[in-house]
Design a protein around this ligand. Sequence first.
Ligand SMILES: [Zn+2]
Ligand SMILES: [Zn+2]
Length: 407
Amino acid sequence: MAAAGSMIELRTSPAQRAANELQAAVKRVLACAQEAEGAELGELLIQIRETGIDPLEAAFATGVRRFDKSGEYAADGALSVTAWLKWKCKLSGSAAAERVEIGKQLERLPKTEAAFARGDLGYQHVAVMARTAENLGAAAVRSEESSLLRAAQSMDPGQFTTVAKNFEHRVDAAGALAEANRAYERRYLHISEPQAGIVRIDGLLDSEGGATVRARLAGFMKPIKDDRRTFGQRCADALVECCRQASGKRDSSGPRPQLIIRASLDTLAGIPGAPAGELEGGGTVPAETVQRHACDSALVRLTGRNELDQELNQAGRTLPASTRRALEARDRHCVWPGCARPLVWCDGHHLVWWTKGGETSLPNLALLCRPHHRLVHEGGWSFRRESNQWRAAPPDEIPARRITRRE
Ligand SMILES: [Zn+2]
Ligand SMILES: [Zn+2]
């Protein structure tokens, strides 16, 4: 047996003695959790994480790494250490895989490993660090490990994920774009046929799509007086109400879902090393997505930080209503070859982008539906007008994610 060994041996082994002491300590902690009150209880909860769960997860990661290297899991008939963890440690597949990855990456991130073992860093923060190292290679993360750790210690996991994603974008913009494109490819929405009066909706969206939906629904979510609906019920009602109201006014001048993206001028201009765009309410989008939204900012509000705000607000102005009307009258629908999606689907695309001197005037604009507009900015397609014909061409080469997943 790989983990058990002979019972006689284990009873006297240091590992077994440590496990016995841990079990006794856990019993005392449980008793305190049942009895402590007020501030003392709060302090206990903090200590359970900082002194208990997080350092134990660090110990677990170290052990999993050594167990993986030894190949001992095979003695139990498991095909991989992940399979063994699922089976013997009662973890889900994703939870097991995450711990294996953390174990691997921590070996290459000594400062993170030490902070984790001290309880200075929570498990979720470490998972973000490991994922970043997996995406960029541990060497890149080590070069900024100290500043990332400082950020991790002052932020909740969601905020820290934004910092880590920004870092990934600075180091490997093509990789960040490829990841966003992979996430976009996974999108789907399934609305079932009604069964016994119930319609099931499930799906996946990329972070931009998710933020758009969430921002739109938020306006319909407010609880009314004596509201007894659950959060999930209010969310469901908001979706239905939102669709109901939208079906009443179909013209393109009506209010549209507003997305707020925070971006630097470097990101807008596509300068290498620029940070990602940050979606209000969490999540990041690659520079290409920021640039697409800036093409026709009727859909979004782009804001910079502090001193950039004013410049951005001037630069990222909406298409003037008169220009938009003239564009709609000229193009009438998406002008992508073979596409005729109607106006409500369409953005005004600048053929020569405005940071490169392109004007917001009719000869430099084209109506493109959102999927085709995305193909130009995030998909790398070229789109132009040649002898009065619209022409679209696929990219010469698609930026491939750097092979950094395994060192
Ligand atoms: Zn555009
Ligand atoms: Zn189209």
